[in-house]
Design a binder for this molecule. Sequence first.
Ligand SMILES: [Zn+2]
Length: 296
Amino acid sequence: MSNTVNLIPPPFKVGNIEVQQVVEMQSPLFAANEFLPTADKETLESLRPQFEPWAICPATGKLVLAIQTYILRTTRHTILVDTCVGCDKVSGIAPWHMRNDRRWLQRLASVGVSVDSVDYVFCTHLHGDHIGWNTQLIDGRYVPTFPKARYVFSKKEIEWQADITDENRKTAYQQSVVPVIEAGQAQIVESDFALDDEVWLVPTPGHTPGHVAVHVKSAGVEAVLVGDVIHSPIQCAHPQWVAMPDSDPAMAAKTRRSVLENCLAENHLVLTSHFPLPSVGRVTAAGSDFGFTFQT
Ligand SMILES: [Zn+2]
């Protein structure tokens, strides 16, 4: 599957802001019935013809998920939103464990983004597939990948780390967030932080307590980077279906519905983290639930 995917899709504009996706990987990752544990089996089966092979792998029944970074070139800044899995990171998820595929960095360079040119790194939340390239292992130490960047983290998300017992998440935090804080490059903000009139955060709790969506607006056009508010286009039709890693399933479902409702009502462009490429599009109405039309 990954052989057929363009991991550097063409850039597009949101008003005067240029958006470039850089994809680390796209592949069948988690069994649909396990990743969406509250989905009833019959409904899930009935959806397969509509979503195979692009969003559900016919051979394995796994959800096809992308892992990617959005580069925003605003009138003032070069901003990365979420930094994928990265390399040399210990992870309980086998395909993410101790990767040594550094091509994500080469892809970034190939679209003109050197590590020195990044002004801000925003993380929608602190799961391992959104913070990995925050740091790199150099001479046995994790150090910030982007030496001149400010890394913007939600305060609520940072505070939540203190309560975490899950070893995987603790390790991800130690490897990919703590070195940034220790280097003095972290900017820990409220969940409604505004960088300027082009880029701001909106609290979207549920997947994690401090999860934020990143809103961008330019020349009257608004787009929303929804992070892990929603993982698969299948959830548009069934927003109540919880994703396995949602820390507060009821709140996650409520947030998912309200974000989809808002994006539909406002006709916002939706930039998803994990939908298969092109990953970007608009929410459509489908009865009391939703659909999704990809941007072409
Ligand atoms: Zn994720």
